[in-house]
Write a protein that binds this ligand. Structure first.
Ligand code: ADE
Length: 257
């Protein structure tokens, strides 16, 4: 899979992918990242990519023609691709959207900037708009990096094992279970006994229950769509009863069986 980003600030987009897992994945050819400097596609000597808004008003507007030329130059033919504009008004990025994008051969991201983008880009040039959350960034570069990171880590081989992607927060519709590593006791804070028991059945049950408990406490909205077993529902029902009787407080390693 290949990502192409069209931006006025190419280094802002390249920098995060020079580190860690993403840099290794790119080096290994697991995905490609091409960052295109929008100024290279300007028509004039001064490489101007924005202009005053027709009708007057504050701020500058990104021009349609350099964006259209940049996309034409970057788009591969005959592949499954999408051209997306970053925008706070776009479709909200979530794990399901990321999985859809991970099926494509090429994702092109146009970084919005300044006060706006010529409306013809939205209407005629891109396939859709994507937002990374309900807040306003100064530009689309950080959003593009988030989108690429979230999608790329779903690609085969990018994250160590398939299991570490499948088991984590959101992938199974729940928040992740708690993790601990050495030391067993830090400053009087002990690791839950069950994790040291060596009993894999008990550990798996405890992890499932803690994931349910966390989700129930911090993101109950996720429970509406999470695939839940009868046992899960009984556990959640018991949490509701405990809360309603003023009993439930935070996480623990009770409620195992
Ligand atoms: N540009 C400005 N704010 C944004 C957001 N929340 N998501 C995507 N692009 C943006």
């Amino acid at each position: 899979m290949r990502f192409d980003v069209i931006t006025l600030f190419p280094d802002m987009v390249r920098a995060p992918f020079r580190y860690s897992l993403m840099a290794r994945a790119i080096d290994a050819g697991l995905f490609g990242l091409q960052v295109h400097d929008l100024r290279q596609f300007a028509a004039d000597r001064h490489r101007v990519c924005d202009d005053y808004p027709f009708g007057g008003g504050e701020g500058m507007v990104l021009k349609v023609d350099p964006i259209a030329r940049a996309i034409a130059a970057a788009a591969q033919r005959g592949v499954r691709k999408q051209v997306l504009l970053t925008s706070p008004g776009g479709r909200r990025l979530d794990q399901a959207f990321a999985r859809e994008l991970a099926q494509l051969d090429q994702v092109l991201i146009v970084c919005g900037h300044y006060e706006g983008v010529d409306e013809r880009v939205r209407q005629h040039i891109v396939d859709g708009e994507v937002s990374i959350g309900d807040y306003v960034l100064t530009g689309g570069e950080l959003a593009a990096c988030v989108i690429i990171d979230v999608v790329a880590r779903l690609l085969p081989g990018v994250v160590g094992s398939r299991a570490s992607v499948d088991n984590e927060s959101f992938e199974n519709g729940l928040l992740d279970h708690p993790q601990y590593t050495r030391p067993r006791v830090f400053d009087g804070l002990a690791v839950p006994e069950v994790l040291l028991s060596g009993d894999h059945g008990r550990i798996a049950r405890w992890r499932r229950q803690e994931a349910l408990r966390r989700t129930w406490r911090d993101r109950p909205d996720l429970l509406e769509n999470a695939p839940l077993s009868e046992e899960d529902r009984r556990f959640l029902g018991a949490l509701d009863v405990r809360r309603d009787s003023g009993f439930e407080a935070g996480s623990s390693d009770e409620h195992e069986s």
